[in-house]
Design a protein around this ligand. Structure first.
Ligand SMILES: C[S@@+](CC[C@H](N)C(=O)[O-])C[C@H]1O[C@@H](n2cnc3c(N)ncnc32)[C@H](O)[C@@H]1O
Length: 217
């Protein structure tokens, strides 16, 4: 992608963030380094896989996932906001590789909430750009239950969290936001203890982030 493309992707992203900060949950798309860290387990796979990306936004991680697809892999892309889906169609799914794979029926764009995807045990990899820390605890619980149920045995769920978010919230947020984010952090902590097998710190991202990888138990 050229400089003009990168700038327009960032402008589109920021515009959507300002329109709906809680749902978008980030001021800039994920960097290439973060996309790479999130797809590390997937890049090491040894068999054809079913992959789901959730919260694709303007497609920063989607582009990387499409580059990694082998001849027998399938990718479903889930994004809630129709405007982001239009940007994905225009800027990512129109690229020659994506068009070819899609014409073979191996890429699907799903304009829906991740909570609506009900395919128990189906996906080998689920990669998320969802801003879990912006949601309320009940939503996070519902989303994570659904994601883990949709993973095949031994399947991997990868997502990111911004470094130091807890500290920033403690100092800057209102008491209601502090209570909400503490509850989300507590429930994530329990699930991290149960499922996490790897964590990478990615400084080359705005803001710096942890890429976390979980396995079904
Ligand atoms: C932080 S942005 C991530 C964008 C992109 N993946 C990246 O890393 O640059 C989060 C995206 O999740 C989408 N989203 C929020 N809630 C969702 C839900 N319940 N189901 C599917 N997508 C959702 C938002 O519309 C937004 O595009």
């Amino acid at each position: 992608m050229g400089v003009a493309g990168i700038i327009s992707q960032h402008v589109e992203f920021l515009r959507r963030f300002l329109a709906n900060p809680q749902q978008v949950g980030a001021v800039a798309p994920s960097s290439r380094r973060l996309s790479k860290a999130l797809t590390e387990p997937l890049a090491r796979r040894t068999k054809p896989s079913r992959i789901l990306e959730v919260g694709a936004g303007t497609g920063a991680i989607t582009r990387h996932l499409i580059d990694l697809l082998g001849p027998d892999d399938h990718l479903d892309i889930c994004e809630l906001q129709p405007d982001f889906c239009a940007a994905l169609e225009r800027d990512v799914l129109s690229l020659p590789t994506a068009r070819l794979v899609r014409s073979q029926g191996r890429i699907q764009l799903l304009t829906c909430r991740v909570e609506q995807i009900d395919r128990p045990g189906y996906y080998d990899f689920i990669v998320s750009g969802l801003p879990l820390n912006s949601f309320d605890p009940e939503t996070v619980d519902t989303i994570l239950d659904r994601i883990m149920a949709n993973l095949a045995p031994g399947g991997v769920f990868s997502y990111f969290e911004y470094v130091g978010l807890g500290r920033i919230t403690r100092h800057l947020a209102s008491s209601a936001t502090r209570r909400r984010t503490r509850a989300v952090r507590d429930l994530l902590k329990q699930r991290i203890q149960r499922h996490q097998f790897a964590r990478r710190t990615v400084l080359w991202n705005f803001p710096p982030a942890y890429a976390r990888h979980w396995k079904t138990s």
